[in-house]
Design a protein around this ligand. Structure first.
Ligand SMILES: *Cc1c(COP(=O)(O)O)cnc(C)c1O
Length: 442
């Protein structure tokens, strides 16, 4: 079936060979081919209906940390499901949420003291934006309603998250619905980049000018790695300088670590790796180890105190039906324990990426801007100008990788790997060998 899928795409024919009521995410249904049906997961493997096994090289949209169907997570979920599956989180509490909040705080910078639960990455960011705005409002500064975001930033698909990630490719039709943001350049860098300092200086200068002109509510950034924008990476030094600018002007620094959190960058969080401290930290994706939807927005004590009042209107009126769901919290606790027990799982992967990149893809004429950060490796394919998310190369590559047994989903002409942490050195070597074969066959 996967072979046929590849032929269909390569022949340029439009194929609708499946009947399903499901309207799929990020998919033009008219040109979509039948998606493979997955019946089982184990470690880095996904087993298809026809018995074939596919290696999950992107952690199923960046969520799976320890591999699929991990027994420890399954066990935690099963136990919790027999105990308490869900309870209203307004006016009630439960052990999994209490324990998870406590445990999370032991792993983030000490300035982050308060944990607000929600259930997906976009919402973690929405909460961060609303929190930042109301923080100023509660202190008598209602004028601070504007945010600064970065070119290529992606923060989710809800209206607020789209507004702060306005430069993303997908938002054009929704432009009239979005609130205005100021967008500054992201100093994306790569191995051998000799202009990085200049790019950083330009970005910082632009930010400084904006901060001097306007009283902003916050600056929102994906620290170290912009995910959906094309796995664009910046240096820790840039974040350190950004933090200094933010501190000087008093604006809140909001880190969207929905993707970079929980070991992706080689440290548990990008803020730790860059030795910087945000005022607000948004987490989701890997929080539950990739098992269940769950998110948190962490805040400093100063932010929390701005809401802490005898005045009821100063409370943070935000919440979701499944806020702090016990099943998701119990799974997240089990996942954090695995990360604590085996930090080398995510700490060692960057070295492996570098090793295989150097071994298999040296000076290849079709490859540019090779970059690595922790468990993430990315490079751009040289495509004669056909770049960006809608590059024609993306679906062809995706189909060829699938035919070769790999789940890899290029972002336009950007090829990246973000495997579950349980991938072995041999498996990673096989992935790089296969990538090389596919690229050489183009
Ligand atoms: C995926 C992602 C989001 C959105 O998370 P969802 O759970 O898909 O809503 C937000 N920010 C970043 C950096 C992400 O990678």
């Amino acid at each position: 079936m996967c072979d046929r899928l590849f032929q269909d795409i390569s022949s340029g024919r439009t194929v609708i060979n499946f009947e399903s009521p499901i309207w799929r995410p990020f998919t033009q249904m008219k040109t979509a081919v039948a998606p493979p049906k997955v019946v089982r997961g184990e470690g880095i493997w996904l087993e298809l209906e026809d018995g074939r096994r596919i290696m999950d090289c992107i952690s199923s949209w960046w969520v799976t940390l320890h591999g699929h169907a991990h027994p420890a997570l399954a066990e935690a979920l099963y136990r919790q499901a027999q105990q308490l599956e869900q309870v209203i989180f307004a006016g009630f509490t439960h052990a999994p949420a209490e324990q998870l909040a406590e445990k999370l705080l032991t792993h983030v910078p000490a300035a982050l003291r308060r944990v607000f639960f929600s259930d997906n990455g976009s919402t973690a960011v929405e909460v961060g934006l609303k929190m930042a705005y109301q923080y100023w409002l509660n202190q008598g500064e209602p004028g601070r309603s504007r945010f600064i975001g970065f070119e290529g930033g992606y923060h989710g698909d809800t209206i607020g998250a789209m507004s702060i990630g306005q430069s993303s490719t997908w938002w054009q039709p929704f432009q009239p619905l979005l609130f205005e943001t100021d967008v500054v350049p992201f100093p994306a860098t790569f191995t051998g980049d000799n202009q990085v300092e200049q790019k950083e200086a330009e970005s910082l200068t632009k930010i400084e000018v904006l901060l001097n002109q306007t009283s902003y509510a916050g600056i929102v950034i994906e620290p170290l790695v912009q995910g959906a924008g094309g796995m664009r990476m910046c240096r820790p030094q840039f974040l350190q300088n950004l933090e200094q600018l933010a501190r000087r002007s008093g604006v809140l620094l909001i880190y969207d670590e929905v993707m970079t959190g929980f070991g992706r960058t080689g440290e548990l969080f990008a803020c730790l790796k860059s030795a910087t401290v945000p005022d607000i930290l948004c987490l989701s994706k890997g929080l539950s180890g990739g098992c269940l939807p769950l998110a948190v927005t962490l805040a400093t004590e100063a932010i929390y105190q701005a809401f802490y009042s005898d005045d009821a209107t100063k409370a943070f009126y935000h919440g979701h039906s499944y806020t702090g769901n016990p099943l998701a919290c119990a799974t997240a606790l089990a996942s954090l324990e695995l990360l604590e027990q085996n930090p080398q799982m995510f700490q060692g992967m960057e070295q492996l990426h570098r090793h295989y990149l150097e071994q298999w893809l040296p000076d290849h004429p079709r490859l540019a801007r090779v970059r690595t950060c922790g468990t993430i490796a990315a490079l751009d394919l040289v495509t004669d100008g056909d770049e960006g998310y809608f590059s024609a190369i993306a679906p062809i590559l995706k189909a060829r990788f699938l035919a070769a047994g790999l789940l890899i989903r290029p972002l336009g002409n950007t090829l990246y790997l973000m495997p579950p942490y349980c991938i072995t050195s041999d498996e990673l070597e096989f992935v790089y060998q296969t990538i090389r074969q596919v690229i050489d066959s183009l």
